[in-house]
Design a protein around this ligand. Structure first.
Ligand SMILES: [Zn+2]
Ligand SMILES: [Zn+2]
Length: 187
């Protein structure tokens, strides 16, 4: 099977982690706290992270025998639309991240599947693919402005939250009116 060759990483990119000052000795630790601009198209259809928004990285890099384990949280601003009432949603999500990146030419690099373990490029780690997966996993597929959002009136399209409790659309057809009179008499 030919080995997949990814595009070379740019060490200056905010979503690329440089591990040069992390000793390749199991147990060695380093923390990374930084703010990075969100890449485009981060999210799902109704909700996502606006391109260029501040991603707050709070990560721990730990040397393990065949690579570097990256774990921590990335706080991301999210913007979207309520799937019931279409109101705008503005929120912040804490996206948990945990991924092992194998050293180039380590046994793990040679034997593990591409989607099982991340790969380092020299001393560099590309955080973007893991961030994308983690964001998509964290975001709801049917986002709601609030858990009990009552949605919209199907007849006029106004949000139930803005309508009086007795809001209804009377049938104007006289035959229906007559019928409802009848049912009422039977009660
Ligand atoms: Zn809503
Ligand atoms: Zn209505």
């Amino acid at each position: 099977m030919p080995k997949h060759t990814p595009a070379p990483l740019d060490p200056r990119s905010p979503l690329v982690l440089d591990t040069r000052d992390l000793p390749r000795r199991p147990g060695a630790l380093r923390t990374v706290r930084r703010v990075a601009a969100a890449p485009a198209d981060l999210g799902v259809e109704l909700i996502g992270v606006p391109a260029g928004a501040d991603l707050d990285l709070d990560l721990r890099l730990e040397s393990v025998s065949e690579g570097v384990l990256v774990s921590g949280t990335i706080s991301v601003p999210i913007k979207g639309e309520c799937s019931r009432c279409l109101r705008e949603i503005n929120d912040v999500a804490a996206v948990p991240v945990q991924e092992l990146y194998a050293y180039e030419n380590s046994t793990t690099d040679m034997t593990a599947d591409e989607d099982e373990v991340g790969r380092m490029q020299g001393d560099l780690i590309d955080l973007e693919p893991v961030l994308r997966d983690a964001v998509v996993l964290t975001l709801p597929t049917n986002p709601l402005c609030r858990e009990d959002c009552p949605g919209l009136c199907p007849d006029c399209g106004v949000g139930w939250a803005e309508l009086p409790a007795d809001h209804s659309h009377q049938q104007v057809d006289p035959r229906w009116a007559a019928l409802s009179q009848l049912t009422r008499k039977e009660e």
